[in-house]
Write a protein that binds this ligand. Sequence first.
Ligand code: NI
Length: 197
Amino acid sequence: MSSRAKIIALFSAFAAGALILVTAVTVLMPAPAPRVTGTAAVGGPFSLVDQDGRTVTEAALKGKPSLVFFGFTHCPDVCPTALFEMSEIFSALGPDAEKAQAFFVTVDPERDTPETLKSYVSSFSPRIFGLTGTPEQVDRMKKEYRVYSRKVPLQDGDYTMDHTAVVYLMDKSGTFVAPFNSKRPPAEAAAELKRYF
Ligand code: NI
């Protein structure tokens, strides 16, 4: 093979490879979800009760930025970790913690009564409010926030829950901004939250 032929052969091989790659990426890319356009697709009206039995609706999201997280009190690690991280962020905010808030929405309303939530959230920052409701009320909010959860039976007849573990950042008008990264130094996360005061 002449060196020119070698170059052409090499180039052809490269082009074929690139074409296969493009095809693979196109095939593997999930079809875009129809309603995820901009940020308006996450969130919506809800009516739940907090750990003190007070009604909480989407109106509670107005006036200050909020972190919204879905989980359940029997969760072995993901939920307590997320709530701990959020508590650290509120500590880092110091007196400014009052200018932000977080909601821990149960995906397990059968077990997570207001009383159960009250004792659970008392281990974390007082800026974190527990929310529960009827299964229908919780389902409605889950749908609006595109939260997945599923009951997983355990050996002993008990159950655990698989669930979406995204921290949602809502701005002070109650509009979804973006998923919030709570897994970074608390001061850094607090600084980001401050930008939404
Ligand atoms: Ni969890």
